[in-house]
Ligand binder design. Structure first.
Ligand code: HEC
Length: 196
């Protein structure tokens, strides 16, 4: 009869290490889910919002059908291969987005990865009918973000000790003479489009 194969000690150690990670992951998952379910408020604050116009709604339909989601993330769907588009309307207005979709490289003033001329993967976008591009631009410009959220261009309305410390530690001295701190400018309403 064939001898029963036993595990070598190296294999046993690997299995044990894997087992420990697995058990820890299960415990962490159960812990996190029970905290999340017992909370009244959402665990992560929602910092993006939208209020679509009629054209914006049409644009969202075109956006969905044009496979933008295969690279972008917006409204909780899509992937993060390209940029996340939630909140983009607080950084760019419809005209900027429209020009970008039509002439990506000119607007970026730099090499692009996927938008642009063939064989780039998103080259088809600038060839879509102009009215569809306009509607998508309006839709995207209506995806807003709260001031201070990671996708907003404007800092939080209140002074943040964390940001103060980061600026103190990381911003070189000469920047202070060269650039104006955006937080010292007059307050900007949340969601207002800013252009570079
Ligand atoms: C193959 C992947 C891919 C597809 C498909 C794609 N994009 Fe993009 N998108 C990108 C990448 C990557 C960037 C960054 C610019 C670049 O390098 O091309 C970008 C940038 C953008 C930007 C500029 C964002 C900013 O703030 O700079 C907009 C707007 C945009 N895409 C909209 C769209 C729309 C609308 C569609 C569908 C019609 C689409 N994209 C399809 C990958 C993609």
């Amino acid at each position: 009869m064939k001898k029963k194969q036993t595990l070598k000690s190296g294999e046993k150690i690997l299995f044990i290490i894997f087992g420990v990670f697995f058990v820890l992951a299960v415990i962490a998952y159960i812990g996190l889910e029970s905290v999340r379910l017992s909370k009244e408020e959402p665990m992560f604050k929602q910092t993006t919002f939208f209020d679509f116009s009629e054209v914006g709604k049409e644009g969202s339909k075109i956006y969905r059908e044009a496979r933008c989601n295969s690279c972008h993330r917006a409204l909780r769907t899509g992937t993060s291969m390209g940029l996340i588009l939630d909140g983009i309307g607080s950084k760019r207005d419809a005209d900027w987005i429209e020009s970008f979709l039509l002439r990506p490289e000119d607007v970026y003033g730099a090499q692009t990865l996927d938008h642009g001329i063939p064989p780039k993967e998103a080259a088809y976008v600038s060839r879509m009918p102009k009215d569809q591009i306009r509607k998508m631009a309006v839709f995207l410009s209506e995806l807003k973000a709260d001031a201070g959220s990671s996708v907003a261009k404007v800092p939080p309305p209140e002074r943040s000790e964390f940001i103060d410390n980061m600026v103190k530690v990381w911003a070189p001295k000469e920047w202070k003479d060269k650039y104006q701190d955006i937080r010292d400018k007059p307050p900007i309403e949340s969601g207002e489009a800013l252009q570079e």
